[in-house]
Write a protein that binds this ligand. Sequence first.
Ligand SMILES: Nc1ncnc2c1ncn2[C@@H]1O[C@H](COP(=O)(O)OP(=O)(O)OP(=O)(O)O)[C@@H](O)[C@H]1O
Length: 331
Amino acid sequence: MTGELSAQVAPAELGYEGALRPATLAEFVGQEKVREQMGLLLGAAQIEGRTPDHILLAGPPGLGKTTLSMIVAAELGVPIQQTSGPAIQHAGDLAAVLSSLVPGEVLFIDEIHRMARSAEEMLYLAMEDFKVDIMVGKGAGATSVPLELSPFTLVGATTRAGLLPNPLRDRFGFTAHLEYYANAELEGVLRRAAGLLDFPLEQAGIAEIAGRSRGTPRIANRLLRRVRDYTLVHNTAPDAESVNAALSLYDVDEHGLDRLDREVLRIIVDRFAGGPVGLSTLAASVGEEAETIEAVVEPFLMRAGLIARSPRGRIATSLGWSHLGRTPPPM
Ligand SMILES: Nc1ncnc2c1ncn2[C@@H]1O[C@H](COP(=O)(O)OP(=O)(O)OP(=O)(O)O)[C@@H](O)[C@H]1O
């Protein structure tokens, strides 16, 4: 353990998300291509008795990046240390984590695009040669002392692969692009989770939740839990009717839009006459971080065809207008 910067992950991680995390590649539902690519990468490394190439996981939140990093460690039978870009403010923070790694260990850096620039530069050498140069002293008397590291596998996760500097991106031997899950895959995620929770939700209910989960397993699992709460408290059957009642109580509409999504859409339509609206104006209007709007809300609304991006900002499509029950202005 290296203080607050990283946390050793106990195998039986507690909590709802932890309990539902698949532990092996075989249990990981969907993302066929990524699973196959990853399986090859890990298999070849194991045959040759070396650490695999460093892995970059790119994609929107909640699609399984943290889960995959743990699977990499579990499949290789090695420990994992987790940290995140924002926790690495200085090169020294990174040096402390790197020097504590045991041979073969997986280092998971979430939101790697938010790491300090000085640390990024240290990481280049560490990834390539398992070495870092530590600066000792200040000013004219400062010298750099090389430090050998244990061989390790870096698993970086980012929602913004485009923000990574090229030299860093190039040092990952494999980039997995995680895509939103198809409804059939989400049904698989939900069936697995319902089984683990001992909740006999019928197929129509599973399909209903999948359709409202925005292609995201984390959301699917969260909605499943709300539905389970509902059936427990109201003593109703684990069926589609309970799903509809529970999800309307939690303001998740039939397309999976939640309160924030609808608010963003409503502001574009009502306050800005359909747009265009710039990201920062939009974020300020709904009182949310621009990053949340950009990484979570927008991709979903765009995928659903409710908004579009123009060079001057976001605009509501005619589908977006009609989703709110408004008539789009004539073109
Ligand atoms: N392919 C999958 N099969 C089954 N469950 C999954 C899958 N992917 C994700 N999950 C579940 O979804 C939840 C969220 O996954 P995870 O935390 O790995 O997402 P993430 O992409 O790392 O998100 P973030 O970037 O926000 O941390 C976990 O509870 C995990 O069990």
